[in-house]
Design a protein around this ligand. Sequence first.
Ligand code: FES
Length: 75
Amino acid sequence: MPQTIITIRDDGSLKIEGTEFTLKDSQGKEYNLSGRQVISLCRCGQSENKPFCDGAHRNANFSSTCEAITLPPKS
Ligand code: FES
């Protein structure tokens, strides 16, 4: 079964990997990822190539560490 994995990188981007994901803009238009099965999305807000990470988080000293939790049941 195809699986998409989203990894929250410490002090950095969201890494998305898999064969079954689609990235769309707010109008529903699909990004052409040219066959990529791994992309990184900016989480710091500093990228010049949003929504993709361009490494600017390093110069911005972006700091964020997220530990996996269990969400409460959906109400
Ligand atoms: S997370 Fe890398 S540029 Fe924002």
